[in-house]
Design a protein around this ligand. Sequence first.
Ligand code: ADE
Ligand code: ZN
Length: 327
Amino acid sequence: GSIAAFIDALPKAELHVHLEGTLEASLKMALAHRNDHPLKDSSAEAIRAGYTYHDLLSFLNLYYEGVELLRTEQDFYDLCHQYLRKVASQNVLYAEMFFDPQLHTRRGIPFATVITGITRARKDAERDFGIRSQLIMCFVREMSAESADETFTQALPYLDDIIGVGLDSYETGNPPAKFAHVFARARAAGLHVTMHCDLDQENTHEHIRQALDDLASERIDHGLNVLDRPELVARARARDIVFTICPSPNDVIRPGCGRRDLRGMLDAGLRITINSDDPGYMNSAYMTECLRSAQQTADLTRAELLAISRNAFDSAWIPDAERRQYL
Ligand code: ADE
Ligand code: ZN
């Protein structure tokens, strides 16, 4: 069979997807209508035509604008249920999904509204499509450490529905060390830890070093710049760190980088997974499309695709008994 058919049939796990980044232009239209929210664009096509980015900030500005459309518990339910329905059709068996509560609470939307809608959608999607999922709560790094701490406190009644904490959004001037206190609280509460070290950000090597050495991060989201520093590669290998790689933002923000970096990560013996990041904003490239693009840019073999997919199940934050059901 073809390699495309092989990718279609591959059992998949996704470890790096932002729920707010799965917001499709079509759902934006529906939410704007439902919530009586004025939109500049009059169609889903017009919204998509406005999706041009040249760096992290220009992407985040559009992402923050889209977030404003999410208001009610039903909105969060629909967002999560649509994503899980879509990827279940791509043979994704398991997904760990980021969400950014501060982008909602700072607009006056209660933490409970956000997580209750998402959790209900997760349960229904498991019943309806057989897909399992968990939640990773991200802190918005350009907001204050105090705000992250308050958010963690708000999350305390819901920790049974949160498997880990992450760090995302605007990286420049916002190193992992800024959040040492809240990450220590999260670890003490038994949560897993990951954080973004996005491509080519200022002081990226120091951010990767802090994530590895100072914040006990178990994964690095993106982290492609690790290849610039052999000592960081060695540290990451010694700690068996997982790098959650996302071909789409790399293609969009730095075209042509994908081949060198993906191949470089594999050749350096690093543990990587392939993920979608923000599919609603990146040409609706969900897991299958991302794996195809990665396969083409880095000439991945079937054995490598299988190993990458197994990495995702191996490093998923689930009990071993559940892991055995997938592998
Ligand atoms: N928030 C949503 N997507 C993100 C990304 N790729 N990097 C940083 N923050 C994000
Ligand atoms: Zn991301």
